[in-house]
Design a protein around this ligand. Structure first.
Ligand code: HAM
Length: 418
């Protein structure tokens, strides 16, 4: 039996991991600059948390969660998105404290969705996410978008397309949804099967459907952004002014409705043409009812999730790649059994001195060992054969210059520490 990685998941191999570390490290750096602090939540949560927050009628909850009963009969779900767990922790640990300040959180975490795998869409993907909980200030909506763009900029990802929308609030919804249903009603039989169901449960999502026939039906229907209550309209105007103040170019796209039910007011997506069909680099928005829906005091919030795989796909398309992790400082090439024992001790000394070192474990001629050390990118090779052993030395070769000299074993760590 040959085992394979589960469908829709990927191994991140050592040659690729440099790209991941680079992306993660830059995300941490940008988040610190904007005052966001890291949070790490468990990889699974009570199922009910995702049902209540993401929404019972969303594709994510209906078709995509990895849900199982544990041995105690509790229903658990692998992280299906990052916002609900952050909000749960915010409430559970009273992160806002008595003063009720704005709590800014970020995470780098795997997300699990049972979706149809294709390029850029996986069953386990990773998100760089951030959440600002505790204020309605439209400046924070703009800040989240600015932070996302700052990360992509650090990664050299240019050509991002920012699309914003307002999905309104509980005040605006009843009248608007009535209008939308009215506009679609006649054409109901022309919609795809999923959208016919959405018409009953989540009519807004029809605007988001990529099927030709549904697109045709929704041409010219009323959009929420044109039917906002005065408060939502003012908020949207302020978000736009804040984006303009920091020089961010955006388009208003009234079809952005997002696949999660918790959004209120601002919703946005950032896409990149290098991604093809799955073109969303990231998305997010405001969720002013979510903390309360999850059992906390009424508290507004705003955030975003940015796909790490997708950012790396764009980097690849743009020909960007950090060098593969190189070897280390000093490789011990060992010839003969006698030398081996001494090499083990020398290797340990180097490592205790904080030097990245390794030795040959697979035999082979000295020539073969040197060749391998060279292709693996080692800076120095210390050769330990019978002669060196007898004299208490090693032959130290600088791989860059090819220069070679004999040094006492006791001095090796100092010689290569440089
Ligand atoms: P989302 O739009 O579902 O939002 O996901 C955010 C981003 O994760 C997407 O724009 C995309 O880059 C990436 N992504 C999503 N699904 C996949 C997949 N199957 N494979 C690869 N990448 C994927 C959320 O999850 C919200 N929690 C974002 C948020 C945070 N809203 C407020 N705060």
């Amino acid at each position: 039996m040959r085992y394979q990685v589960p469908k829709g998941t990927r191994d991140i191999l050592p040659d690729e991991v440099g790209e991941w570390q680079f992306a993660e490290e830059r995300f941490r750096k940008v988040c610190r600059r904007f005052g966001y602090r890291e949070i790490r939540t468990p990889v699974f949560e009570q199922t009910e948390l995702f049902v209540r927050s993401v929404g019972e009628d969303t594709d994510i909850v209906r078709k995509e969660t990895y849900t199982f009963d544990d041995r105690g009969g509790r229903s658990l779900t692998l992280r299906a998105e990052g916002t609900a767990p952050a909000v749960r922790a915010y409430i559970e640990h009273n992160l806002a404290g008595q003063a009720g300040r704005v709590v800014k959180l970020y995470y780098l975490a795997p997300v699990f969705r049972y979706d149809r795998p294709q390029k850029g869409r996986y069953r386990q993907h990773h998100q760089a996410g951030m959440e600002a909980i505790g204020s309605q200030d439209p400046a924070l909506d703009a800040e989240i978008i600015e932070l996302a763009l700052a990360w992509w900029q650090e990664l050299g990802v240019t050509g991002c397309r920012v699309m914003i929308n307002s999905v309104g609030c509980g005040e605006c919804w009843p009248a608007y949804l009535e209008k939308l249903k009215g506009a679609i009603g006649q054409a109901l039989p022309q919609l795809c099967a999923d959208c016919q169901q959405r018409y009953q449960t989540n009519v807004r999502r029809i605007l988001d459907c990529k099927q030709e026939q549904c697109r045709a039906v929704t041409q010219g229907v009323p959009y929420q952004v044109d039917h906002l209550c005065p408060e939502c309209a003012a908020h949207f105007g302020s978000v736009r002014r804040c984006l303009e103040a920091v020089g961010i170019q955006y388009e208003v796209n009234p079809r952005i409705v997002r696949g999660l039910d918790y959004y209120t007011k601002t919703a946005f997506e950032v896409s990149h043409e290098a991604l093809g069909a799955q073109d969303a680099l990231g998305g997010g928005g405001r969720y002013d009812g979510l903390v309360e829906a999850c059992g906390g005091k009424p508290t507004p919030g705003v955030g975003a999730g940015l796909g790490i795989e997708r950012a790396l796909l764009v980097r690849e398309a743009l020909g960007l790649r950090v060098g593969a992790a190189d070897g280390g400082r000093c490789f011990l090439a060992v010839v003969g059994q006698e030398a081996k024992c001494r090499a083990v001790a020398l290797l340990s000394e180097l490592r205790r001195a904080g030097i990245a070192a390794d030795m040959n474990h697979t035999g082979g001629s000295l020539k073969a060992q040197l060749r391998r050390a060279d292709s693996d990118g080692w800076e120095y090779v210390a050769i330990l054969g019978e002669d060196e052993l007898a004299r208490g030395t090693v032959t130290l070769r600088c791989m860059n210059t090819g220069e070679q000299r004999e040094v006492p074993q006791a001095d090796l760590a100092r010689e290569v520490a440089g």
